[in-house]
Design a protein around this ligand. Structure first.
Ligand SMILES: [Zn+2]
Length: 306
């Protein structure tokens, strides 16, 4: 029979062994814990679940993306189609099947641009705006015209003949400046331009002899197309709305199939706004459709005057 002393010694040994085993196990599990990935604190769990949701969201977006790319918005199509591109200087213009008038507005944007847009919307007419840098306060109207489906073309930044036609470099500097204004508004530099005074102007000869002959080739080599006009409402010379309508009727009495029509939405052209509804109705009565300029529009080139 074991003595109480022996029992007690055995109990102590057993207890020590138990403690050692337990401690070893604990130590091992601590080691294991150190080797295992540290569980994220609660605060960083949330972002993990958020990032776990992100792939689901982007998957949803990916699923939606094809339908968007299959049906690009008109603005997206124009960014591809109308951006100036030196590799696309092979202009294939086509005469429209239905008699068509391309209303073009020069010298804006200004306070007259919004009223013009309202009238165009009312008649569901698309047009083209050859814009300038004269009124920076109205630059957002360039984006507004574009958003409403109209074509944006470049006219000139300064519209100062002495500046624009001082030299070839001066012309390009001016064109690039208005191109940059437009790019900031609509996301691309359009390929459509209109020379100040048209390609037939002779005022440029006061500053640089022969400059229009050079520029008319250079701009096309650079991927631009310049548009002159077949007819106008006369708003550079006449002033009342009735006179503008009469000038329109007189200048379009030749049965054109395609008319690039010159108007102005610059400052001081309020009577052009007043005359616009009756000018649109006149063309409608004559059987004309309306269209904004695109890469197929006949550009109505004048004879070079300098
Ligand atoms: Zn002008």
């Amino acid at each position: 029979m074991a003595s109480p002393r022996k029992l007690s010694t055995a109990a102590i040994v057993a207890a020590v062994v138990l403690i050692c085993v337990t401690a070893t196990c604990l130590f091992a599990s601590v080691l294991q814990g150190a080797a295992a990935p540290t569980p994220a604190p609660a605060s960083s769990v949330a972002p993990q679940s958020a990032s776990a949701e992100s792939p689901e969201k982007s998957q949803t977006e990916k699923e939606e993306a094809p339908s968007t790319s299959q049906r690009p918005s008109p603005a997206d199509e124009r960014a591809t189609e109308f951006a100036v591109d030196p590799t696309r200087s092979d202009w294939e213009t086509t005469t429209p099947e239905q008699p068509t008038v391309y209303l073009t507005f020069d010298d804006g944007p200004s306070e007259n641009t919004e009223p013009v847009l309202e009238i165009l919307d009312r008649y569901r007419v698309q047009a083209t705006f050859f814009v300038t840098g004269i009124n920076p306060d109205y630059f957002p109207m360039i984006a507004e015209c574009h958003t409403r489906g109209h074509t944006i073309g470049l006219h000139t930044y300064s519209h100062d003949y002495a500046t624009v036609y001082a030299s070839r470099d001066a012309y390009w500097s001016d064109l690039n400046a208005i191109g940059e204004v437009v790019r900031k508004q609509i996301g691309y530099v359009p390929c459509f331009i209109r020379f100040p005074g048209g390609s037939s102007n002779t005022i440029s000869a006061d500053y640089t002899s022969g400059i229009m002959s050079v520029l008319s080739t250079e701009v096309r080599d650079a991927g631009y197309q310049y548009f002159d006009w077949d007819a106008s409402c006369g708003d550079g010379a006449v002033h009342t709305a009735d006179e503008l309508l009469a000038a329109t009727q007189a200048d379009t009495s030749y049965g054109y199939q395609s008319i690039v029509f010159l108007m102005h939405d610059g400052a001081g052209k309020e009577t052009t706004v007043d005359a616009l509804p009756s000018i649109i109705e006149y063309f409608q009565q004559q059987g004309y459709a309306f269209a904004a300029i695109d890469r197929h529009t006949p550009p109505a080139h004048h004879g070079i005057g300098n």
